[in-house]
Design a protein around this ligand. Structure first.
Ligand code: GDP
Length: 290
């Protein structure tokens, strides 16, 4: 079946359908209630949950299960399809030379993700470099440098330079032989004009092929504003969700994907450089519903 590791209450409701070939309204209501409960506790935006619920309800009641398909498998397939429709497939990240800009608030995991992504590209046979333009957070330079050493990828930063745009330009030049340039940027504790102005300047200077928004899996309602602001200022092509090794399920990423009309590219699953995975809808959806 398409989904494994479902939560026990949802699985229980689905199992009650075993042997049935048709769904009645009560069956659908019960399943939709379980799905709503799971998604809301995974921090999925309440409006998204409501839209999704009505599509699932409507399809489950009106679509005839294809011959030989049980009611249980039919409804599960609808749930999966509706969620995939919302989340989409993984952000297209071709294995070819490119510049990627990372955006996000302080602490979201940008620097860690930059080094992880460089490591990931290097495992695909591409020469990757990280350019650290975060002159705001003390320690960002050392952290990025150390992680890049561990990842065995190139690194450029300048602890004596205060202008992030100059660092970005110099960094691209200094690492011009690399195939992949990952430009890490400074965050702030909250969305501030200074942050947006700075990232717009860096964006103009490096002209990235794609820009990814880095979000902590624990982000809930804040995802919407962040996604909107970064998308308006630099255009977001994809989302990287970090800290999925914790208890948070990352439902805020759905809000961001929906808000920016983008998709999820990478998942961060730990603090070391190898703890990165390409997004894959099935596992993520199972986790949201789990
Ligand atoms: P930045 O301010 O956005 O650059 O965030 P950092 O990359 O410095 O990350 C903030 C904190 O989150 C650091 O302590 C990282 O080790 C931690 N972190 C980042 N990604 C992950 C992850 O996927 N899992 C875990 N457990 N910790 C992470």
């Amino acid at each position: 079946m398409v989904l494994d590791n479902l939560g026990s209450s949802l699985r229980g409701s689905l199992d009650k359908l075993q042997g049935k070939s048709r769904l009645d309204e009560d069956d659908v209501e019960e399943i939709v209630r379980e799905i709503q409960r799971s998604l809301l506790s995974a921090d999925v935006d309440v409006n998204l949950v409501m839209d999704l619920s009505s599509s699932i309800k409507e399809r489950a009641l009106n679509e005839e299960p294809p011959g030989g398909t049980s009611a249980r498998d039919h409804v599960l397939k609808i749930v999966y399809e509706e969620l995939v429709g919302l989340i989409g497939e993984s952000t297209d990240i071709p294995l070819e030379p490119q510049t990627i800009l990372l955006a996000g608030l302080q602490g979201s995991g940008k620097t860690t993700t930059a080094a992880k992504m460089a490591w990931w590209f290097s495992t695909k046979g591409l020469r990757a470099a990280v350019i650290q333009t975060d002159t705001f957070r003390p320690g960002a330079y050392d952290q990025a440098k150390q992680m890049c050493e561990r990842a065995e990828v190139e690194f450029y930063g300048d602890p004596d330079e205060e202008d992030p745009v100059k660092i970005a330009r110099d960094g691209l030049e200094a690492t011009e032989d690399a195939d992949i340039h990952i430009v890490d940027t400074a965050g702030r504790h909250a969305l501030e004009d200074a942050l947006i102005d700075e990232i717009e300047d860096i964006d103009s200077a490096v002209n990235p092929d794609r820009s990814l928004l880095v979000l902590d899996a624990a982000i809930g309602q804040g995802a919407k504003d962040q996604a909107r602001q970064f998308d308006d200022s630099i255009g977001i092509d994809g989302v990287a969700i970090t800290k999925l090794d914790g208890t948070a399920k990352g439902g805020g990423a759905l809000t961001a994907v929906n808000e920016t009309d983008s998709s999820i590219g990478f998942l961060g699953t730990g603090e070391t450089v190898q703890d990165i995975e390409r997004f894959e809808p099935n596992g993520f959806i199972s986790r949201l519903l789990g």
